[in-house]
Design a protein around this ligand. Structure first.
Ligand code: PLP
Length: 386
């Protein structure tokens, strides 16, 4: 019923991802090469057809749609009063950093992690404290001892968590999230959980929204969600900031308003409501396609390039490829793949931690494109190894 096979030409369409040379194939930036759900397209068309695009409020219906989604899809009960609208997850993170920490404070992150976290911290004059994840047998574990020492430092006021993790796709368990929240509570550290990839779990995996923890563990917590990754709506510029504690919420609300991030554009509200109220069927079809793509990559690498290991974190359409057996730094690999084959992958070193031995590959594309990308990867690595 839904089409994930058609190759859509995104060149010359103002796409950041596809603004590349003619011979290049971008599999780096995190958006999808699929059209969004037809139910969302219809809602946007209806909005555009009104022809009147004045200033807009965020109606209660928007927050109710977010609540309904989290209840139905993730069995997590949210209160609409906990929610604030923002024009994106990253703008909200940067605003929260500015409002809830001071210049010179420490902010903890767990590399390898979404590179823009470092921008939000460092461009605002805060220090990054890195609680590097421990890489064991193809999955990542938390170094709890180091984490506690870092959270206990008097100048540590915030932690940015990625749940599930970009780039590894790692899904944090309820007990890990509880332990993290307990530590943040103990040391009065604001815990900001970026859950933008939460809907995109692969196969039987499920993610635990941090807001499904008991209320006493949510007093320091901020969760950030958005339909933008799930439904390929990045340019909608819509996100929801969920803050159970009313005092923290008032502070963050003030920050978002001071930074002028609290007002929606014409499509943000109708697009998000359509996604959250009518998007479930499309999402299950998308997840099936992503699972097939994932299996194709796994099989193809085992057959043709066993030196590269696919790390199966369980979430996101971003694959984390362990290239350590090649003994070539990630940035060098990425540059050479671009030069030799026109294949664009993200070099893992930008996510810091042990990312230096990894490449990140976006597989949210029709199988035809994925096959071309895989062929380029295998050919390119063969040439590099010669
Ligand atoms: C973990 C994570 N957070 C946030 C974003 C971007 O969010 P937004 O476009 O709402 O600013 C991305 C995009 O790749 C991401 O991977």
């Amino acid at each position: 019923m839904y089409d994930f096979q058609t190759v859509n030409n995104r060149r010359n369409s103002n796409s950041v991802k596809w603004d590349v040379q003619k011979q290049e194939l971008p599999m780096n930036l995190a958006d999808m090469d699929f059209q969004t759900a037809p139910e969302i397209i219809t809602a946007l068309q209806e909005k555009v057809a009104t022809g009147i695009f004045g200033y807009e409020n965020v109606p209660l219906e928007y927050y109710q749609a977010v609540k309904l989604w989290y209840q139905q899809v993730h069995q997590c009960t949210l209160q609409t009063e906990w929610m604030l609208f923002a024009t994106g997850v990253v703008p909200a993170i940067s605003s929260i950093v500015r409002r809830m920490s001071h210049a010179g404070d420490n902010i903890v992150v767990q590399p390898p992690v979404y590179n823009i976290f470092y921008h939000s911290i460092e461009n605002n004059g805060r220090h990054t404290l890195t609680n590097d994840l421990l890489y064991q047998d193809g999955s990542y574990q938390i170094n709890w001892e180091q984490l506690e020492q870092q959270l206990a430092q008097p100048l540590t006021t915030m932690m940015l968590l990625c749940n599930p993790q970009n780039p590894s796709g790692q899904i944090w368990t309820k007990s890990q999230l509880s332990k993290l929240s307990r530590l943040c509570k103990q040391y009065q550290v604001v815990l900001v959980s970026d859950e933008i990839h939460g809907d995109l779990t692969i196969g039987d995996h499920d993610y635990t929204p941090i807001c499904s923890l008991p209320m006493d563990l949510l007093q320091q917590t901020v969760a950030l969600v958005s339909p933008s990754k799930t439904f390929n709506l990045a340019a909608l510029h819509a996100a929801t900031v969920i803050v159970p504690n009313q005092f923290l919420r008032a502070q963050i609300n003030r920050g978002l308003n001071n930074d002028e991030l609290a007002e929606p554009n014409l499509v943000a509200i109708p697009g998000s409501i359509a996604a959250y109220t009518k998007g479930q069927k499309w999402l299950s079809a998308l997840k099936q396609q992503l699972q097939q793509n994932y299996q194709l990559v796994d099989w193809y690498l085992q057959q043709n390039l066993p030196a590269i290991k696919l790390i199966s974190g369980g979430a996101t359409y971003l694959l984390w490829l362990d290239c350590s057996a090649l003994k070539i730094p990630a940035d060098q690999l990425a540059t050479q793949l671009q030069e030799l084959e026109g294949l664009l992958l993200s070099p893992g070193n930008i996510y810091r931690g042990n990312g230096d031995h990894f490449l990140r590959m976006n597989i949210a594309c029709p199988p035809e494109i994925l096959q071309t990308g895989l062929q380029k990867l295998v050919q390119g690595i063969k040439l590099i190894q010669k």
